[in-house]
Design a binder for this molecule. Structure first.
Ligand code: NAD
Length: 443
């Protein structure tokens, strides 16, 4: 099939790369000309395991191309995926500026049938909005051209995006049209062989399913962080509690790790947008507001614990920070708990020595004006002459560190572990003062 993808970010690139890899001919459109030029020569600016080689192989095979020309994009594919950003607007609602722009471009340039597929995470009613925008543009051109709009939300995880796309648990399509169903089945056929993973449903249900999935995952995290905070005050170890409850198949072990809060480009904005939609529909989503509030509080715990352990603000101290990305295996810093900590450390007059295997460059750019922040080349370099260590992201390499070396390097022998990477007993044996999340007798 000939497929156009609007938006060459995490979702657009993975979708484009994987569909090209399956044998389709794919044209990716992005408004960022510099990004298009880099991608056309096989350079992928974001870190996502396997993505650059996927893009290069399919460019070389002639199945994948990039352009900044929207008209060329509209003319190319019978299928047009919208995979542009939907960031938080002023009141927490999804900002639809980029989705609207793509819909307008399609309406202005289309000359034959198009199936427009909303892959961006968008509020319920967006398929109708896109339909209206395209219809209006066609009316202005006095054209009668057939088109369909469906919803196909994306459930990939950054850090494991290609595997998630190719071996998706489910492929949801919101439509009531047989023609759309047939086209979507053909599009996804290469990734739908093992069993039928395609679920067809009402377009509004498909749009809501994406928000419901992210809200559920965010709820699991905030729930476990709430239990961790209770565990600390009741002198129990939340990691033992986690093992205890995960063994119940109704609860399960997945996604119940306590930590220093969720971040990323999806959970924070999607919970906000769902709350806003509920509010606008006259409903007060009490549970989901609490999920946000608990997360907001949880992002403060690293600094609170540091202050408690030091007996005051870390003014003029050197604080090593390990992990900046919002989770391992990505360089994405959006809404990362590390940013909250860095802001608090800078405001307190601390010197920060930060290390992340992938997100260092992006963090340096974000804090270009902050001379008190140094991005280090290695986890060891970040410890040099540091007073204390704070862990924000559970990159696997942090697990194998020699705790004796850590104790020698850190002036105050203090570790604040926001992801429960280390074992408290082994830290104590190495002479470290250790604070994790929910690990008994802590603040
Ligand atoms: P992103 O910010 O990484 O990429 C969006 C891209 O769209 C940018 O490159 C931007 O230049 C481009 N763009 C903006 N306007 C455009 C236009 N008019 N025409 C063409 N390109 C345009 O965003 P992302 O992380 O890929 O997310 C895209 C959507 O998918 C969002 O709605 C997001 O919520 C959703 N989503 C993201 C993830 C994730 O893990 N990142 C997972 C599932 C769903």
């Amino acid at each position: 099939m000939k497929i156009t993808i609007f938006g060459s970010g995490y979702v657009g690139l993975v979708t484009g790369g994987c569909l090209a890899d399956a044998g389709h001919r794919v044209l990716c459109v992005d408004v960022d000309k510099a990004k298009v030029d880099a991608l056309s020569s096989g350079k992928v600016a974001i870190y996502e395991p396997g993505l650059e080689s996927l893009i290069r192989e399919n460019l070389a095979a002639g199945r994948l191309q990039f352009t900044a020309d929207a008209q060329q994009g509209v003319n190319f594919g019978e299928l047009a995926f919208i995979a542009v950003g939907t960031p938080s607007g002023l009141d927490g609602e999804a900002d639809m500026t980029f989705v609207r722009a793509v819909a307008e471009a399609i309406g202005q340039h289309m000359t034959d049938y198009k199936l427009v597929i909303n892959k961006s995470t968008v509020p319920v009613g967006t398929a109708d909005l896109v339909t209206t925008i395209i219809q209006r543009a066609l009316q202005e051109r006095q054209k009668h051209i057939d088109f369909d709009v469906c919803s196909n939300p994306e459930f990939l995880k950054e850090g494991a995006a290609i595997g998630d796309f190719k071996r998706a648990a489910r492929i949801i399509v919101g439509t009531d049209s047989d023609r759309v169903e047939a086209l979507m089945r053909e599009c996804y056929a290469p990734y739908n062989r093992n069993r039928d993973k395609m679920m067809f449903m009402g377009v509004r249900a498909a749009e809501l399913a994406k928000y419901a999935a992210n809200a559920m995952l965010a709820t699991k995290i905030s729930f476990m962080n709430e239990i961790a905070n209770i565990a600390e005050r009741l002198n129990a170890d939340v990691e033992e509690v986690r093992r205890g409850i995960g063994s119940d198949p109704r609860i399960g072990y997945d996604f119940i790790y306590p930590g220093c809060g969720y971040g990323g480009s999806c959970f924070p904005k999607d919970v906000k947008a769902l709350n806003r939609s509920a509010h606008m529909a006259g409903y007060h989503p009490a549970l989901l507001y609490a999920v946000e509030e608990v997360n907001h509080r949880q992002k403060q715990v690293l600094y609170t614990k540091l202050m408690y352990a030091l007996g005051g603000p870390p003014r003029d101290m050197r604080i090593a920070v390990w992990g900046l990305a919002f989770k391992p295996n990505t360089d994405d810093l959006r809404e990362a708990p590390s940013l909250q900590l860095i802001d608090q450390l800078l405001a307190a007059g601390a010197h920060i020595q930060a290390y992340d295997p992938e997100a260092g460059t992006a963090c340096a750019a974000l804090y270009a004006a902050a001379s008190a922040l140094t991005i280090c080349e290695s986890s060891h370099a970040a410890l040099q002459r540091a007073d204390a260590l704070v862990i924000c992201t559970e990159w696997p390499e942090f697990r194998s560190v020699d705790l004796m070396v850590l104790a020698q390097e850190l002036g105050r022998r203090l570790v604040i572990d926001g992801r429960n990477v280390f074992d408290p007993a082994r830290c104590a044996a190495a002479g470290l003062t250790y604070y994790g999340i929910g690990r008994a007798a802590e603040v």
